[in-house]
Design a protein around this ligand. Structure first.
Ligand code: MG
Length: 330
């Protein structure tokens, strides 16, 4: 009998397979089949909707907590889909015995992050389960936004486009790991967890073809999704990937690949060659984009593939994340 394993929740290859073979197979429709970070739905205005559940452990980590994450994750999925995030729902599952003071800290963090992102929590639900039936707190948020005139999505990607990112990769993954394992670094590191909607407003230009937030599964998995959906290949340049020194150090020490580490405040942007410099400099002018870089380009040959060019000029194929290295990262 096949059973669920941790890798089904990794955001990598097995997560994709589970979604396709179980959820999409039985529930697929014109909306769900869009398979984007947020789905465009019908209304008097064009709307986008998304949902996400948060099971991060520990609840409080360097650079954030489950409340901040629950707002950012959903806001970012709307923002990268070209929508202006407006409303959130908040579903909370609490384990019996959880301290009220910690719940209040989480709620205050939700308040502060929602204010920063310019969204409102407009409905919610709370359930309590017996001690041992859940681990402290799980949160689900659903978000609704208005789609303005941004035309973004994998179908707009063309060979010759450049791939940009707004800063260092893997900061969230390594911060969570460091908190779990009690690691300390010479250069302190915090999660990059942040709402990206204002940054995106800052750099958006009609030359932007597609945006994705590389959360679970890292940029490696997200770029594979894009290469497959757009039927193009992507060539990444290893030495151009922005890396915080502590992430580089931790990856070397622990044998982790930063391209598969989770991010919670990063956006991958595919831009037409003519507009790349302009978008890059707009990105860099915002605090959340100061370490932005061009990390690769879109190619026509071998559609569906992601390749990484090493500093010595060798190339290797980058697949989706296999297995689950860091469970409960978000
Ligand atoms: Mg996403």
């Amino acid at each position: 009998m096949e059973r669920i394993i941790m890798a089904h929740g990794s955001g990598g290859r097995l997560s994709h397979q589970l979604i396709k073979d179980v959820f999409q197979k039985h529930l697929g429709n014109e909306f769900l089949d869009q398979m984007n970070d947020a789905t465009y739905i019908k209304g008097r205005e064009k709307l986008a909707m998304t949902t996400d559940s948060f099971v991060v452990s520990p609840l409080f980590f360097r650079g954030g907590d489950i409340g901040k994450l629950a707002v950012c994750g959903t806001v970012n999925d709307l923002a990268v889909s070209g929508a202006k995030p407006l409303y959130l729902s908040l579903g909370v599952i609490l384990e019996e015995g959880f301290p009220l003071s910690e719940l209040e800290k989480i709620v205050l963090s939700i308040k502060e992050t929602a204010l920063q992102a310019g969204v409102q929590v407009v409905c919610g639900d709370t359930k309590v389960v017996e001690r041992g039936s859940a681990d402290k707190v799980f949160i689900n948020t659903t978000g609704i936004g208005v789609v303005e005139d941004k035309r973004v999505g994998p179908s707009y990607i063309k060979p010759g486009d450049n791939i940009l990112i707004n800063g260092t990769i893997g900061d969230h993954g390594i911060s969570i790991l460091a908190d779990r394992e009690g690691l300390e670094f010479e250069t302190p590191i915090t999660s990059d967890c942040a709402p990206l909607n204002h940054l995106i407003e800052e750099f958006y230009h009609p030359g932007v073809r597609c945006m994705r937030d590389p959360t679970r599964g890292g940029i490696g998995t997200t770029l594979n999704e894009l290469a497959q959906q757009a039927q193009v290949s992507i060539l990444l340049e290893e030495e151009k990937l922005p890396l915080h020194p502590s992430v580089a150090g931790a990856c070397g020490m622990l044998g982790l690949d930063p391209i598969y580490l989770a991010n919670e405040g990063k956006v991958l942007v595919v831009v037409s060659p003519e507009n790349t410099e302009e978008v890059l400099s707009l990105m860099k002018s915002h605090p959340l984009g100061k370490n932005a870089a061009i990390i690769g380009k879109v190619m026509a040959e071998e559609p569906g593939r992601v390749l990484l060019e090493t500093p010595l000029g060798g190339k290797r194929i980058v697949g989706m994340l296999e297995g689950e290295h860091l469970p409960r990262i978000c």
